[in-house]
Structure formats: C-alpha cells, structure tokens
Design a protein. Structure first.
Length: 245
C-alpha cells in the first residue's frame, strides 16, 4: 500500500474525526471506556504514519463541546484517559519529533488536564517534524463565533474598519491560525457528518469516510485514505480541462 503513495502529492495536513470507540466496545460486550482506551493505539499508529510520510500536520478531534452532554462517568473517564495518555506519550512524541498543541476552549478542561497539556506542549515545543493538534472542547461554530467577537471588539474600538475583514484576516483569528487548511478529512465508523469539526477550514477539503471503527484504524487504513485522496481531482470551482498541467 505505502509503496503506491505518490510522495509528490501528499496532503500537508490531515484532520481526523476519530469515531466509533463506543460501538467497538459494545461489539466486544465491554463498557464504552474500554473502546476509548483502545483508541490510543490508533492515535499512535496514525501519528507515526503521518510522520513517516512527511505529512506536516495532523489534527485529531478528541472531544467536542457537545460531548460534555454524555454521561458524567464517560466524560470523567475520557478526561482521566487524556491525562494518563499525555503523561505517558510525551517521551515518544519527542523521540518522533512531534510537537503537540491544542485547539478548543482548554479553560473548561479539568485543572489536571490543563497542567499536563501545558507541560507536554512546553516539552515538545521545539519539535518540527509533525505538528499534532488535539481538538479538545472544540467546535467549529464556537471557534467562528469567538473570532467574530474579537474582530467586532477591534472594530468597536476603532482599531480596524469592518471593510478590512477578509478571508485572511478572519482566518487569523481562528484557533488554527498557525496551521494550513486540511486537504484531507477522514471520519471513521461510517457516519456521514462533520459534527461541528473545522467548519471554516474544510471548505475545500476532500472528505474520506470509512466504516472502520477508530480503535481498529491502523497505518494501512491511513495509507488507503491517502491513496483515495490522490485519485481525486481537486477542481476548486474550475473545470477539469483547466486542471491539467
Ligand atoms: C469517538 O467515539 C470518541 C469521542 C467522541 C470522544 P464515540 O465515543 O463517539 O463512539 P461511538 O460513536 O459511540 O461508537
Ligand atoms: C464527533 O464524534 C466528536 C469526536 C470525535 C470527538 P461524536 O460521536 O460526538 O459525533 P456525533 O454525536 O455522532 O455526531
Ligand atoms: Mg461517536
């Protein structure tokens, strides 16, 4: 699989909606948290897979603003798992030259999560091979509203005029201001929806949905997604004839 990937046509940024942990556990007759625990290996595999291929940015949807509405035990379990995983994985991130960052409103995460995240981000800040962005307490609409609020405040203070607001200025007020838009968005578990992920940034992303449940997702599945991406023609509103070199 990996051999047929064209190294000259790789996405720079892959975003993933990691879905299906609960169903994976249910199929095994286990509690949902068992699925979340088994999701970590998929995260490791995909991170390593991206680094090996030279993909510069990987963004993982780990917890949405809507996920707070789940049963408290599951939310607590997820937060605990997040703390443990960050602590345990920082060494491997450094070894693989991966820089960790987050998008979303981290202030609402438990204090221990915030502390461990801050430490892991500090410890990996100098790494440059791959930027791994975890979307935590994130939603696309939240992010867009936050950007609008900041720009409205600047306009009200007379620091910018409303006419100055264009795509680039708006995008610079999003959480993702330091990362390019994803060329490829993967969603596992067969669901055909975006669930409030990167709404602004995926305007022209190629969408790849697979029935594989996230805990089963491995490098070979990543390679399949990239190969499917490379077979697409990205026209950006033009016609096919205009796209030929
Ligand atoms: C994705 O798996 C993980 C999170 C949303 C945190 P789910 O927990 O949504 O699993 P399903 O969709 O119920 O199978
Ligand atoms: C999307 O999955 C959020 C994350 C993967 C973190 P959900 O399981 O929450 O999405 P819906 O509710 O099925 O749309
Ligand atoms: Mg789900």
């Amino acid at each position: 699989m990996k051999e047929i990937i064209d190294p000259n046509n790789l996405p720079q940024h892959i975003a993933v909606i990691m879905d299906g942990n609960g169903r994976w556990a249910k199929k095994k007759g286990a509690a949902r948290i068992f699925g979340h625990r088994n999701a970590i290996q998929a995260v490791r595999d995909v991170t390593e897979g991206c680094a090996e291929l030279g993909i510069g940015y990987l963004t993982l949807y780990a917890f949405s603003t809507e996920n707070w509405a789940r049963p408290k035990a599951e939310v607590d379990g997820l937060m605990e798992l997040l703390v443990q995983t960050i602590r345990k994985e920082t060494k491997t991130l450094i070894k693989n030259k991966v820089k960790l960052q987050t998008i979303g409103d981290a202030d609402r995460l438990p204090e221990s999560c915030q502390e461990n995240l801050r430490k892991a981000m500090e410890d990996t800040a100098d790494q440059e091979r791959l930027t791994l962005t975890l979307a935590l307490n994130y939603s696309g609409r939240w992010e867009i509203v936050e950007a609008a609020k900041k720009l409205a405040a600047l306009a009200a203070e007379g620091k910018i005029s409303p006419d100055q607001i264009d795509h680039d200025l708006f995008a610079s007020y999003l959480n993702t201001n330091n990362i390019p838009d994803p060329e490829l968005l993967i969603r596992t578990s067969g669901e055909m929806r975006i669930s409030n992920f990167l709404l602004w940034q995926i305007a022209y992303s190629e969408l790849y949905m697979t029935d594989v449940l996230w805990p089963d997702f491995r490098k070979k599945d990543l390679h399949e997604a990239i190969i499917a991406y490379q077979r697409r023609e990205r026209r950006f509103g033009k016609i096919s004839e205009q796209m030929k070199p």
